[in-house]
Every structure is written in C-alpha cells, then in structure tokens.
Design a protein around this ligand. Structure first.
Ligand code: ADP
Length: 257
C-alpha cells in the first residue's frame, strides 16, 4: 500500500507523489530496468497512477523498453518545467527522451541532470514513481537518494552476481538513508526445458541474503526469452502477456511495494 510522504520533505516537483520506489542493482546487466518497467506497468494495471523515472543517464533503457508515440520530452517554457511523455497511461521521463546523444559527463554533472529532470517534471498526482536507478552504490546513487525521500527499495541481482558483499553495499546505502529494502529479485535464476529445471548461473544464495539482512521478500525470476524480446520490442511483457508467469511474479512484487 502507498504510504504518504511528508510533503515538506519533498522537492516541489515531487509533492504530488505518494510513493517513490527505487529499483536498484549492484551491477549492470542484471535486469534492473526490466524489473522497474514491468513493476511499473503491473502497478498501473492494478489501477495505480504511475510514473517511471529512468535515472540511468549513461545508458538509458526506457526508450527501448517502451514505445511512446511522442519520443521527446516537452518543455513548458513559462513554468520552466518538463512534461513527461506517456505510454499506456504511465508517465515516462528518461535522459533518452531528452533529444541528446549518449552522455559523456562527470559525476557531479550527472547528478545535476538527474536532479533537474526529476524535480522539474510535472508529474501530477501519482500513486507510485518507480525510479530505475543507475547501477551501483556510488556518489550519483547516493546524491539521488538524498534528493528524494524514497518510500522503498527493490534490489535486483542475478545468481552469479549475487554476493553478500554487493547486496550488503546496496542494503547498507538504503538503510543509512532509512529506506526500507522491501524485496530482492533474483533474476535469470533458472529455466525449464524437457521437464527439467536448469540453473545456468548456479543456485543463488538469495534466501540467505534476505535472512541475513532481514529483507521481507525474495522473488525468483526465471530466464524468459519473451521477457527479453518484449523489452526490445517496446511493449513490456506484463502488458503483452498479462496472464503469463512473469506477470504473476510482478503482481506479487507489486503488492510488496
Ligand atoms: P540492467 O537494467 O540491469 O542493465 P536490463 O533490464 O537492461 O538490465 O536487462 C539486460 C538484458 O537482459 C536485456 O536485454 C533484458 O531484456 C534481458 N533480461 C532481463 N531479465 C531477463 C530474464 N529474466 N529473462 C531473459 N532476459 C532477461
């Protein structure tokens, strides 16, 4: 359930948002953006008003994963605000919709761009803003977490990349900022073929991790070619196949945030 934030803590642009959820990973390529986008569309399907903020300035994924008709953010020149683009009712902001090439910037500049995109956007009334965090736990991530009072964090990892040290870094960053880590998603954990289950990256230590850090939920997300194909096609899997296996897992995750 959405937990209202204290309005006075929030930058002006974020005051009409009830819950801000960070989807985070220690490393790139583990499926963080896939989880963020599918979680957002699941919440929208449940009836929530949702926005996605793609905070990965170096490698924005949102423009690939969703195909809004209008692929450029608009400006309101009088108010000097940004108007998000939209796909199937979900509001979208990404550096990839800002009409510029791939970013070559130093950290402090990136933090400035993220801050500006996030806080000058006219998000309107939202139940959830899902933030697709840049991978890692460095300065950019920390600054972002300090700008925004997050309601919850979801950590995405894959079995072979899941180590206590990495997940601990993420959990520690959020706990320092008093943000509850509500779930770990162990992505690409297995696939089924010929009536057998295969664990190509080995068995993850997910259950140990959640126990050690007191994280209330662990989700195993299998390798699904359709999850990857739909991500590349611009239509998230939960939209393309609302009754599918992935959609059920995302619905359970949606209830946790
Ligand atoms: P990250 O945001 O962590 O860099 P992405 O979400 O961009 O990772 O995912 C990396 C690639 O892996 C993408 O091509 C995506 O479609 C694919 N992918 C992610 N999760 C799965 C999965 N469970 N099954 C199959 N492919 C996946």
């Amino acid at each position: 359930p959405a937990r209202p934030l204290f309005a006075e803590q929030l930058p002006a642009g974020l005051q009409t948002i009830s819950s801000i959820v960070a989807v985070s990973s220690c490393k790139g390529g583990v499926g963080k953006s896939t989880v963020a986008v599918n979680l957002a569309y699941t919440l929208a399907d449940m009836g929530a008003r949702v926005g996605i903020f793609d905070a990965d300035v170096y490698g924005p994924s949102l423009p690939t994963m969703v195909s809004p008709e209008n692929r450029l953010l608009e400006m309101n020149p009088e108010k000097r605000t940004i108007i998000p683009t939209e796909y199937l009712g979900v509001k979208l902001v990404s550096f990839g919709f800002a009409g510029q090439g791939r970013a070559i910037m130093r950290g402090p500049m990136v933090s400035g761009v993220i801050n500006q995109l996030l806080t000058t956007t006219e998000w309107g009334e939202l139940d959830y803003l899902i933030i697709d965090m840049p991978p890692g736990t460095g300065d950019i991530q920390l600054t972002l977490c300090q700008i925004v009072p997050l309601t919850a964090a979801v950590i995405v990892t894959t079995p072979q990349k899941l180590s206590f040290i990495d997940v601990a870094k993420g959990v520690r960053m959020f706990s320092k900022l008093k943000v509850p880590c509500v779930a770990v998603v162990e992505n690409m954990c297995h696939f089924d073929a010929d009536g057998k289950r295969y664990y190509p990256f080995g068995r993850g230590s997910g259950s140990q991790v959640v126990q050690q850090f007191g994280i209330p939920h662990l989700f195993d997300m299998p390798i699904r070619p359709t999850l990857s194909a739909s991500g590349d096609s611009g239509m998230p899997e939960v939209v393309a196949d609302p009754q599918g296996e992935a959609s059920k897992i995302f619905q359970d995750l949606g209830v946790c945030v």
